[in-house]
Design a binder for this molecule. Structure first.
Ligand SMILES: O=c1ccn([C@@H]2O[C@H](COP(=O)(O)O)[C@@H](O)[C@H]2O)c(=O)[nH]1
Length: 601
């Protein structure tokens, strides 16, 4: 862990179940390779993961089984370690490559900005050579204009110890927001390609499909059906991401899919056991699958390896942690813009509400920063999509690192001048409806893409009632322990005098397999659904309604805003959208904090 990172608190643990073929999975790490310095349950860093993987590989070797490491993209954007340097990623590429990842693919965040896709092509693809797979992604060389696969389309290899044959693919969901130096082929087209049809006819023991794709998204279903059609008995394992949640689902008795969360809070574990060699395959023989969501903290990593603070760190792991420390220092990530007077939550607290980060943006930040010096006298509606805010703000120092953690994007505030108020006021309602505003082929994707991916997976707020002793209500306790007994304490074990152990707050995952996936038994946390967008009325007359307003919005949501206006009878084109205020939203927010919050805590 990094110097100053919160010490993990011991908690009741569930062990890992090993099989013949085992996997460790990271996804959507978004630059958090230094770990969560303020959160004890996720405070291990990439160096600790390097040590962990070394010990786990050694155990696999000793037991004659195999371990593969998988990463399913969105490694960038979301933390100062990647975002704070010029150019972005100056330190990240060398840190990330220290882990021996066996199968790796691209996420949408590697592609939003052309220079990020260039970085992927120039550094991560060569760093991982034959381990990098790009089944449905091409890159366009900026000099020659030549279009080429970002990496090989698939990979066939043998595992180290058992010599199991593996055919692996690496997909990205049908993403359309990429910069123009890459081409994402829709998955339904890719599976028709000759190379794919030939690849799925390869003799193999196991298919491994990794993808920056939610495990319940249609893209994985399409791939699953295509492979299964030709291979009725072959085990197929899927590793997904993008939705930022822990999840597991079995598509049939011989397939299993796992998603391993977000922001390097989780290291996913999957094991497959049974007769895996194709020679032993039969109608009756079925593989068994296990999953575990490992909290990324040192006490858990010690637990799973049977080591301690002295014996756990390897030389390589220590060196990687040191690389991260010196990069964080060079980037001055601990520089404080101000002191957050209280914790502001994205989804743990209701919106609108006094502890909601969105209410803070709406009522305090926007009225101050949504100001165009030449039009400050005119009323405006300022709209921010909730997906633009990526993390909670904890009470205490708000640092350069926090800035990128909360708001990593380069989005600016755009506007349309003098929109009739009668029309402009209805836009927010349309943006906040579920589904698409219009169903034409040129319409932007589902409105929920303006919100955070975590929100995609949940339709209703999940509010857990816990009493003062940390005991959940009957239903919640039954959910968490799998036991319908009333008022069951939320611990698996009890200490000698039968008092329940003190639990920390964290993930209490329910997936298709059950409620025992998390490696650490936690107290549950609330999850409130938030709208796709929030809106502030700024500079409005004290009485009466304005005739027209400036409609100000994050440039990222331009397609949705134009579609909403068109639906309301206002035809505005992209060329009419102008920059409202200089600077990115991130810079505006950091500037507001510097001006309004106390400098020191
Ligand atoms: O410029 C941007 C880019 C993205 N967003 C928000 O992020 C999600 C996508 O997040 P993932 O981590 O890829 O899952 C997108 O749906 C937007 O809500 C943004 O606001 N601005």
């Amino acid at each position: 862990a990094q110097p100053g990172a919160a010490e993990p608190v011991p908690a009741p643990m569930r062990d890992l179940v090993w099989g013949k073929l085992n996997f460790l999975h990271t996804t959507d790490t978004h630059g958090w390779h230094g770990g969560h310095l303020q959160e004890p349950q996720y405070s291990a860093d990439w160096g600790d993961y390097v040590s962990f993987a070394q010990h786990m590989r050694a155990r696999a070797h000793k037991d004659g089984v195999d371990l593969l490491l998988v990463d399913t993209g969105d490694r960038v954007e979301g933390n100062g370690l990647y975002d704070a340097s010029t150019p972005k990623g100056k330190y990240y590429y060398d840190i990330y490559r220290q882990q021996d990842v066996d199968i790796i693919c691209t996420g949408n965040h590697e592609l939003y900005v052309a220079s990020t896709a260039d970085g992927e092509h120039l550094y991560t693809v060569p760093n991982f050579k034959t381990n990098y797979i790009a089944s449905n992604l091409d890159y366009i060389d900026p000099r020659s204009g030549e279009r080429m696969p970002m990496a090989q389309r698939y990979r066939k290899f043998q595992t180290k110890n058992q010599k199991l044959d593996i055919v692996a693919f690496g997909f990205l969901f049908d993403f359309i927001g990429n910069a123009n130096n890459t081409v994402v082929q829709p998955v339904k087209e890719t599976v028709k390609e000759q190379w794919f049809q030939e690849a799925i006819m390869e003799e193999t023991d196991v298919f491994v499909v990794i993808g920056h794709v939610g495990v319940r998204m249609p893209e994985f279903q399409i791939i699953f059906r295509a492979i299964r059609k030709q291979n009725p008995l072959t085990p197929i394992v899927f590793f997904g991401g993008h939705v930022h949640i822990r999840d597991a689902v079995a598509y049939d008795a011989r397939s299993f899919a796992v998603a391993s969360g977000r922001y390097f809070e989780t290291i996913g574990w999957m094991s497959v056991d049974g007769e895996l060699e194709r020679a032993a395959r039969s109608e009756d023989a079925r593989p068994s699958f296990h999953r575990r969501y490992i909290d990324n903290n040192l006490s858990g990593l010690h637990h799973h390896t049977g080591l301690n603070a002295t014996t756990f760190p390897t030389e390589h792991g220590r060196n990687v942690s040191a690389m991260i420390t010196s990069s964080r220092t060079a980037l001055d990530l601990d520089y404080a813009f101000g002191c957050a007077p209280k914790t502001l939550w994205m989804s743990r607290s209701p919106y609108p509400g006094k502890d909601s980060i969105y209410s803070w943006i709406e009522t305090e930040v926007l009225p101050d920063v949504a100001v165009n010096p030449d039009r400050r006298h005119l009323p405006r509606l300022a709209i921010v999509n909730t997906g633009a805010i990526r993390f909670d703000i904890f009470q205490g120092p708000f640092t350069r690192d926090t800035t990128y953690i909360v708001s990593p994007f380069l989005s600016t505030m755009a506007y349309l001048p003098d929109v009739p108020y009668a029309m402009a006021r209805k836009v927010i309602k349309l943006l906040n409806n579920a589904g698409k505003i219009a169903s034409s082929s040129s319409a932007p994707p589902d409105n929920r893409f303006m919100a955070n991916p975590e929100q995609l997976a949940v339709n209703e707020s999940i509010i857990i009632t816990v009493n003062e002793e940390g005991v959940a209500s009957d239903d919640d306790a039954a959910d968490l322990t799998g036991d319908p007994a009333p008022q069951k304490p939320l611990g698996e074990g009890t200490n000698a005098d039968q008092r329940p152990p003190r639990l920390t707050e964290g993930y209490t995952t329910r997936d298709d397999i059950g409620t025992d996936g998390d490696d650490t038994v936690h107290l549950p946390v609330n999850f409130y659904v938030v709208p796709n967008c929030i809106q502030a009325e700024v500079g409005f007359p004290s009485d009466g309604e304005p005739e027209t307003v400036d409609l100000v919005f994050m440039d990222f949501i331009t397609p949705w805003v134009l579609m909403a206006l068109s639906f309301l009878g206002g035809e505005y084109g992209r060329e009419e959208v102008q920059l409202y205020v200089d600077g990115t939203f991130t810079e505006l927010m950091a500037g507001w904090i510097e001006k309004n919050w106390p400098k020191r805590c």
